[in-house]
Design a protein around this ligand. Structure first.
Ligand SMILES: [Zn+2]
Length: 403
């Protein structure tokens, strides 16, 4: 756990008195979990132990960044103990897949899965895996991690079990976590100058309905249609909000909900009542794109509105993932030499051959501030020459400036 010492907050005083023993505020829960596992696990019958908990941890960060790097953060951390190395490795990869699926399918963030270098791995881990995402400013964000500890922690905390031959064995353990940092990722991958842009699957409000009228007669007719549409969508389990505030204008409401990232807006005005239609406005596509001319606004019939909206929400979800994926891929480069690598990581990622040496990794960091992000599971066949030293390299790795 040496790697953690610079990040620890140590309590020396309490209740106005110096404590006999200093208390360490936990930076992660391996120590308390390891201690309990050593008491709970006695026999092969007790295995595997799979525990997930939600909690806050504290790390002494010198420079904090809201959501991305905060001293205290809320997260979900899983800790497991297994009889065999194979099972523990399987669990490590399984949880990384769970995180990647969530990021891609729900948060519409096209993450890359892979293994961390020795330098970047979790203190005490035998292998750290992570999902890495590209933010809107092309910096990388480690968005979730899953670690295989081998027997390192089991030996440190004496987590042993009697196997079927009645022989005492050390467990193989894992831990994995995803934090409120994911919220930062959603903001930075999708957001724009107007504010948040939330993928429909995770948006607390998926649709906002704005009725438009100028007098009591219009209001009566408009609200009848609006209330009906609201009830229909709500019954179809769409998370909808009616914004019938009287004290602000429709234009104010549009801006307000755009800033809050609501994926879809429905407008109902007197003309819509006449025509039997409603207006739909997508948050992810501007009213009229000045470049492509594409319009995020459409007029649809009031009939079958729930179905129309459901389909459109799925389309928005897909389109946000596609946009983020295209952006990411357009900013991943394959530099031909070290000079070019130094250039591309200023404003993008490099996917380059790496010999695996700490020296080459440190040189890139020193020269460019870019760190190794992850050795992707997807690798090209064969090998190449290390982008830094020119020696033989078996694997490609991502270099990027990261949060
Ligand atoms: Zn090298």
């Amino acid at each position: 756990m040496e790697g953690f010492s610079p990040e620890l907050a140590v309590v020396t005083h309490g209740g106005g008195e110096k404590l006999e023993e200093p208390l360490v505020v936990r930076p992660t829960s391996e120590t308390i979990i390891g201690y309990m596992y050593s008491k709970w696990i006695k026999s092969w019958r007790d295995l595997p132990v799979l525990i997930n908990q939600w909690g806050s941890v504290l790390r002494w960060e010198l420079r904090t960044k809201l959501f991305l790097r905060t001293a205290e953060f809320y997260w979900q951390e899983g800790h497991t103990a297994h009889a065999t190395e194979e099972e523990a490795r399987e669990e490590t990869y399984r949880m990384l897949d769970v995180y990647a699926d969530f990021a891609i399918a729900d948060a519409a963030i096209p993450v890359i899965k892979g293994v961390k270098s020795e330098t970047e791995k979790f203190a005490g881990a035998q292998m750290s895996t992570s999902i890495e995402a590209m933010m809107g400013d092309k910096r990388a964000l480690q968005s979730g991690t899953s670690h295989f500890f081998g027997q390192n922690f089991a030996k440190a905390f004496d987590i042993q079990y009697l196997d079927t031959n009645n022989t005492l064995q050390y467990c193989h353990t894992t831990s994995w976590g995803l934090s409120t940092r994911m919220i930062g990722a959603v903001i930075m991958v999708h957001g724009d100058d107007q504010g948040l842009k939330l993928p429909p699957k995770i948006a607390p409000i998926q649709v906002v309905l704005v009725p438009i009228y100028k007098n009591e007669d219009e209001k009566r007719a408009v609200m009848e249609v609006a209330n009906k549409a609201f009830a229909e969508l709500k019954a179809a389990s769409i998370r909808i909000k009616m914004d019938d505030r009287e004290e602000v204008t429709p234009g104010f409401k549009y801006n307000d909900w755009e800033m809050r990232g609501v994926p879809l807006r429905i407008e109902v005005g007197p003309k819509d009542v006449e025509k039997g239609s409603v207006a739909l406005a997508r948050r992810d596509v501007p009213g009229r794109d000045p470049v492509t001319g594409a319009s995020g606004k459409s007029f649809v019939p009031q009939t079958d509105l729930a179905q129309t909206v459901s389909l459109l929400l799925s389309e928005i979800q897909e389109s946000m993932l596609k946009r983020a994926t295209e952006f990411r891929d357009a900013n991943i480069h394959d530099p031909k030499d070290y000079e070019e690598l130094k250039e591309v990581v200023k404003d993008g990622w490099a996917l380059s051959w790496w010999c695996g040496s700490k020296e080459c990794e440190a040189k890139v960091k020193e020269d460019t501030k870019a760190t190794t992000r992850v050795i992707p599971f997807d690798q090209p066949d064969g090998g190449g020459k290390c982008a830094v030293c020119g020696e033989c390299a078996e694997k490609k790795i991502y270099f990027a400036r990261a949060y």
